[in-house]
Design a protein around this ligand. Structure first.
Ligand code: NAD
Length: 315
């Protein structure tokens, strides 16, 4: 990976990934694109162009002009928002992947497409969820993510396109707010801790979901894209995780640094139902064995960093 075109680059992951990749590969070698132009200051001096991923012609134009060797396709509508606009979610999440793969096939580019724990659902073993298992998601977002995984495998096997990817769990970060997913509570809890020393969780006590701190999510992209292909048995949709969290585990961790923090509950039935259909904990041994996945942040180390950084950001 040397020169990278990113889609959906103004989102929670993209804003941080653009700068992270820029620091490694040179800022002049990153082209950040997004449907909207909001928050371009977040990506500092990285070049930015408007691109709607459903517009394959425009994507191709930018590839011809910028000449990347890799496309990182992050553009997507996430789980909770996806249930409000399922048809649009299908169009953006799947057409975006197809357009990326078609251009990669024609121009011989590498591709990174993230999947999600949302790709699991009814029938999936929820504890220690295996790499390969039943995938019958109950959300349109999940349907698009399974489709993306299969399309990436198909383009590799059928056309030899160098596709790689991970299944991200919920990602926790302080720079850019998440885009209306189900695990967002685990980000909001830290913002509200700093602002009000209290948070009402829309996810119920005891509901387990996997999570990852942003620095580990960023490192995963570089590690898998730079991995020796001869060691990859899988290619796309590697399970990765750092911790399996519940609201009360977050509460306990925050109280270590802020003893007067108060957690209460105000359950959102839609997001609660989605959360219950997702794994409690992933088995990420394939990622560990095939490309050396190893997260650096556990819950308390992440909590300390989140609170310190949000304290600076919000006050
Ligand atoms: P986000 O919602 O914060 O950002 C997505 C970006 O895509 C936004 O900037 C949005 O404006 C843009 N976008 C939407 N429609 C577009 C279109 N038609 N054309 C171009 N851009 C468009 O999401 P994120 O958290 O940064 O997620 C990035 C990727 O990671 C997505 O594929 C998502 O499914 C995946 N993922 C994220 C998480 C997480 O917890 N954040 C977990 C699992 C997987």
């Amino acid at each position: 990976m040397k020169r990278i075109l990113m889609t959906g680059a103004l989102g929670q992951i993209g804003t941080e990934l653009a700068l992270y990749l820029g620091d490694i590969y040179g800022r002049e070698n990153i082209l950040a694109t997004n449907r909207s132009e909001k928050n371009i200051e977040a990506i500092e001096d990285i070049r930015f162009e408007k691109l709607d991923v459903t517009d394959g012609d425009r994507m191709y134009e930018l590839v011809k002009e910028f000449k990347p060797d890799t496309i990182v396709n992050l553009a997507a509508i996430l789980s909770a928002r996806g249930e409000q606009i399922p048809q649009t979610t299908w169009k953006i999440n799947v057409d975006g992947v197809i357009n990326t793969l078609e251009i990669a096939r024609q121009e011989n580019l590498k591709v990174f497409v993230p999947s999600s724990i949302a790709a699991f659902g009814e029938g999936t073993p929820l504890d220690n969820t295996p790499q390969t298992t039943i995938q019958r998601p109950s959300t349109m977002y999940g349907v698009t993510k399974v489709s993306g995984e299969i399309l990436c495998d198909y383009y590799f096997k059928r056309f030899g396109v160098d596709t790689r990817g991970v299944r991200y769990p919920g990602i926790i970060s302080y720079k850019t707010l998440p885009g209306n997913g189900t695990t967002d509570y685990a980000v909001h809890i830290y913002y509200e801790a700093i602002k009000h020393k209290a948070y009402a969780s829309y996810i119920a006590e005891g509901t387990q979901m996997d999570m990852l701190y942003m620095p580990d999510a960023l490192k995963a992209v570089v590690d898998i894209m730079e991995a020796d292909p001869s060691k990859l048995i899988h290619r796309n949709a590697f399970n990765i995780t750092a911790m399996s969290l519940t609201p009360e585990l977050l509460d306990e961790s925050i109280k270590k640094y802020m003893p007067d923090f108060k957690l209460s509950y105000d359950i959102d039935p839609v997001r609660q139902a989605i959360a219950e259909s997702w794994p409690n904990s992933l088995d990420d041994s394939c990622a560990r064995e095939e490309w050396g996945w190893k997260p650096e942040y556990d819950l308390d180390k992440m909590t300390k960093d989140m609170l310190e950084n949000l304290e600076k950001k919000l006050k």
